[in-house]
Each structure stands twice: as C-alpha cells, then as structure tokens.
Design a protein. Structure first.
Length: 253
C-alpha cells in the first residue's frame, strides 16, 4: 500500500515583494514550501511569485494593505480558501521613518503613529488571523521581524525603536500563550541590511552603518532568511519566546 503523500508546508510572508521579505519567500520555496505573499506592491509580488513558481512551488499573490485590518482579514481568508492551512507566519512588513527621521520632539506625530501601525499593529493583526488556523492543526511557527534598534536605541528612530521593542514584548507574551498548542513564536532583530531602502539613503549614512558594524559590511537579506527558516524548522520545535539578533556584531558596540 502506498503511503499518503505528505502535505506541503504553507508559509505566509508579509512584506514579501522586496528585500528581506523576498529573500524569506525564496528560501522557503527552496525548502519546498508553498507561499502566500502579502504586500501592497503588486508588481513586486508578481516578480517574486514567478521566482517561487520557478522553484516548483505554488505562490498566492495577495495585494494587502498591512495598515488595514480588513485588508489583512480578507487576505487570510483567501489563504485558508486556497491552502486550508498556514504552517508558518512571517511578520516581516515594516519600515523606518526613512527621509522623515528626526529627533522625537521634532518628528511629526503622524509618522510615529504610522510606524507603530506598520511595525507593531500589523504583526498583531496578522497573528490574530493566523492563530485560529494553526490551533486547529495543533502546530505552527510564527516568526516576527523586529530590529536591533529596539536594543541599541538608534538616534532619530525613537518611534521605530519603540514599535520594534513592542514586537519583541508581544513575541514573548504570545509565545507563552501558544506554547500549549504546539505553536512557537520567535523574533529576529536585524541590523543594517542591504535592501532597496538602504540603497536610497545617502552614501555617508551607508558608510557610517558599515563602520558601526564589527564585521565591516552590511548584512544581506539572505542572512535574515536563513534565521527565519531555522525558527520555522522542526529542529527549533523546543525554541520559543526568543529574539535572535542578526547584525554582524553591532550589538557589542
């Protein structure tokens, strides 16, 4: 008698159209997982989906405004309809203040509100949608992307650091709540990573970032993807509530 075919894993990745999110999606595809790709950038999603499908995996493109709870809820309904399950959720979407960065007392309060919404609330909202699916199967992996700014306290990034610190605190508490259901929750705190956003910054900032990093280089998106896949693996089944700092040693400065 032929053994039943093992169901492929399904990974949901937010902010999947570019940079770290793209690298995470492709790393999971190389592991043989099907992907649900959430982002507001439709063209970027289409490009990543082609790369995923070239690796013989399914890709569900979901144009999703991660600042809108209704949009997030609708996206997860489509994930459930197509795949029936969600084994892994990677809350990658987020951004810094970028060109609007300023000292906290000088920064526009609306920028702070946006950063908390896109970095912290989006993580909570996506978890709220994924958890019932994971609990129904008695297993699951949630990986939240935080930032080493939450530990280091980067200048002109108070609201961003606060939002990412919130992601770490949320990760710890949620891991306690979900442990009994076989669901692990962990976080990764990247340092300076070579992404499209980094490339748009003045060269002097990039040079300073490299100088602040003991390994004297920027990280690659794949450096974060490797860490995500570890937390999502069977080998990490007894690891939960942790935050792994991936920043080339900048933690030591």
């Amino acid at each position: 008698m032929t053994a039943p075919e093992k169901q492929r894993r399904v990974a949901v990745v937010t902010g999947a159209a570019n940079g770290i999110g793209r690298a995470i999606a492709l790393r999971f595809a190389r592991e043989g997982a099907d992907l649900a790709l959430l982002d507001i950038d439709e063209a970027g999603l289409a490009a990543v989906a082609k790369e995923v499908e070239a690796l013989s995996c399914d890709a569900l493109l979901l144009r999703t405004d991660m600042t809108d709870r209704t949009s997030i809820s609708e996206a997860f309904a489509q994930v459930a309809e197509k795949f029936g399950n969600a084994d892994v959720l990677v809350n990658n979407v987020g951004q810094s203040a970028r060109e609007r960065a300023a000292s906290f007392w000088e920064a526009d309060p609306e920028v702070a509100d946006f950063l908390v919404r896109i970095c912290l609330h989006s993580t909570m909202d996506a978890c709220r949608e994924a958890i019932p699916i994971m609990r129904s199967t008695g297993a699951g992996r949630i990986v939240n992307i935080a930032s080493d700014s939450a530990f280091i306290g980067s200048k002109s990034a108070s609201a961003y650091a606060g939002a990412k610190a919130g992601v770490i605190g949320f990760t710890r508490s949620l891991s306690r709540e979900l442990a009994e259901f076989g669901i692990t929750v962990n976080a990764i705190a990247p340092g300076y990573i070579r992404t499209r956003a980094m490339d748009q910054l003045p060269q002097r900032f990039v040079e300073q970032a490299i100088a602040e990093t003991p390994m004297r280089r920027l990280g690659a998106p794949e450096d974060i993807a490797h860490a995500v896949v570890y937390f999502a693996s069977e080998e990490a089944g007894f690891v939960t509530g942790q935050t792994l700092i991936v920043n080339g040693g900048r933690w030591m400065n």
